[in-house]
Design a protein around this ligand. Structure first.
Ligand code: GSH
Length: 330
């Protein structure tokens, strides 16, 4: 698997200027569609890859939208616990993350695989989806919830504010910093706009299903709750994160609405560490992979393939991440 086995620098050049980009079936703006039934994606941002080094973006809206987050950010920073590497109050952490999960009801908890009992997931299934996002972003949350529902695995490239690696990839590929941004290597499309991404994912991988009731609409109503309750964790790059990407693959078995997994994802985001997200929502067939490969049923379950570290305890994972991927000795 290409992901993470080399540096992100290699990945990014792959993503933007490699032969893959040239071969991929980016199509002219006028005919850009998603999926066989042709869901038409938002007309705002459509990408046309013309050559190895020339990704042209057609924008009817030329600037990054002013985000509510930019108003919330200073407030959330004031409220936040500050240095994420410091020991935390476990009760408070779990309480706020659990209430955040409750605020999202069942979205991002169940997998549609539950109703298709015969679909075994092969362990060597290629991962075609690359998601550029950040944990605190409610629109990114909507996409991650859909990914849990669809039982899809994805390469996650966290793009916290202050990002030193992944935001640049998005800017060069899509033309602006807006999140979420999804690249589907299989169908050769790259999209902004969370609603379009969710519709497109269901079109491509939903086997005729639609997003669960209210998933798309819910972002406006309770999508902000986890961001606020978690005081903006998973929004900003931690100043002492290592400047280099991890030498090997990081893998997280998780589902979106799991309170402990949220805390781990926030740390991965604040350290700008890319990882393979193996969704294991309720009923997911991927649980068997976790059991077969690592002898565990714990969620979240994190593996750092370059060091051999693995754990299903979020507190142990957290201290491992900040110990290993910090420039300061803690
Ligand atoms: N309508 C877009 C809104 C996306 C959006 O506003 N994302 C914010 C983060 S929540 C963003 O990209 N802000 C720019 C930044 O973080 O630099 C969608 O549904 O995806």
């Amino acid at each position: 698997m290409a992901f993470c086995s080399n540096s992100v620098v290699h990945y990014s050049s792959c993503c933007i200027t490699s032969n893959t980009a040239t071969r991929s079936s980016f199509v002219p703006v006028s005919s850009f569609k998603c999926g066989s039934n042709g869901i038409r994606v938002s007309s705002k941002f459509r990408i046309v890859a013309k050559s190895n080094s020339d990704a042209q973006v057609t924008q009817e809206q030329s600037t990054t939208p002013s985000s509510v987050l930019s108003f919330l950010c200073p407030l959330l920073k004031l409220l936040s616990g500050g240095d994420p590497s410091r020991p935390r109050n476990a009760t408070l952490e779990l309480a706020t993350s659990s209430i955040a999960s409750m605020s999202r009801f069942a979205w991002g908890t169940k997998s549609i695989a539950e109703s298709s009992p015969n679909n075994e997931i092969p362990s060597n299934l290629p991962i075609n989806l690359q998601l550029f996002e950040f944990e605190a972003c409610p629109f990114c949350r909507r996409v991650r919830e859909a990914l849990t529902e669809l039982d899809l695995s994805v390469e996650v490239y966290p793009c916290p504010k202050g990002s030193v690696r992944h935001r640049e990839v998005v800017r060069r590929t899509g033309g602006k910093e807006q999140f979420p941004f999804l690249i589907d290597k299989k169908s050769g499309i790259s999209i902004y706009e969370s609603g379009d991404i969710v519709e497109c994912l269901f079109e491509q991988y939903g086997e005729g299903r639609s997003p669960s009731f209210g998933l798309l609409e819910s972002t406006v109503f309770t999508g902000w709750m986890p961001t606020i309750l978690r005081a903006g964790r998973g929004m900003t790059l931690w100043e002492h994160s290592t400047p280099d990407p991890p030498p090997g693959k990081l893998e997280l078995f998780s589902y979106e609405n799991n309170p402990n997994a949220r805390i781990v994802r926030e740390a991965l985001c604040e350290l700008e560490l890319p990882y393979i997200l193996q969704n294991v929502g309720e009923g997911s067939h991927r649980m068997k992979l976790l059991l077969d490969a690592y002898g565990s049923k714990e969620v979240p379950y994190f593996i750092d393939h370059s060091t051999g570290f693995q754990s299903g305890d979020y507190k142990v994972i957290l201290s491992y991440l900040f110990d290993t991927y910090s420039t300061v000795i803690l």
